[in-house]
Design a protein around this ligand. Sequence first.
Ligand code: CA
Length: 262
Amino acid sequence: MTTRAVTAAVATTTDRQAAPARTPSLDPVAGRRTILMVEDEESITQPLAEALAREGFDSRVAGTVAQALEEADRRPPDLVLLDVMLPDGSGYEVCRTLRERSKVPIIMLTARGEETDRIVGLELGADDYIVKPFSAREVAARIRAVLRRSEAEPANEQEGPLTIGPVRLDSDRRSAELNGEPLDLTRKEWELLRMLMSEAGAVINRERLIDEVWDTNWYGSTKTLDVHVSSLRKKLGDDPQKPRLIHTVRGVGFRFSAADEL
Ligand code: CA
């Protein structure tokens, strides 16, 4: 992947979008949002910043790991676009540190073909990823999707604790317990468990789980879902051959046991 390819992709979209921008009032995410771009290549950040401005976003740039953490602390952005390759370290470091401090939505910018990179990013708590070379229009669409999703969360979080059998989920604290003992779950494991438990007894198909826990634009390996289910089962003490809590419905999806089955 060359810098030129990225520049070309961004530039092409920029030309195409020289026509009047879409009406901001149609945007479901109201108000101007600030995007922090963590990327050291100006050939990417400059055209992208211009395109994002036309799409109704404010943006700032941080070119290093250190600048990114400082900037995110000083003026918390509404979303972070995060490159993996940075001059003083890795974007994963930034992702991990930001996740410890806040729930700010993070979209990783990754190189084509590096599936492992994408999975690592998602496991560290990134909300989505975009593969280079990308178009500015694609980036703006992903930003909107991720913002919509993250801003819809507070409503769900008022649900209060949910207990089914030995498992208790606390949405306010995003925590979980098994037989009264705290469970150490990753963000995605927690979200997956919440989704399964919120419709306990019903089968949720794979596509929907992937859409809602990862992203509607997911086109990575669906193995990630199986990896997360398997890890959840392990933490819940569920035997994959004879699961009591999370059942596999072959070819369809997964089902959490209804309260009266337990
Ligand atoms: Ca870079």
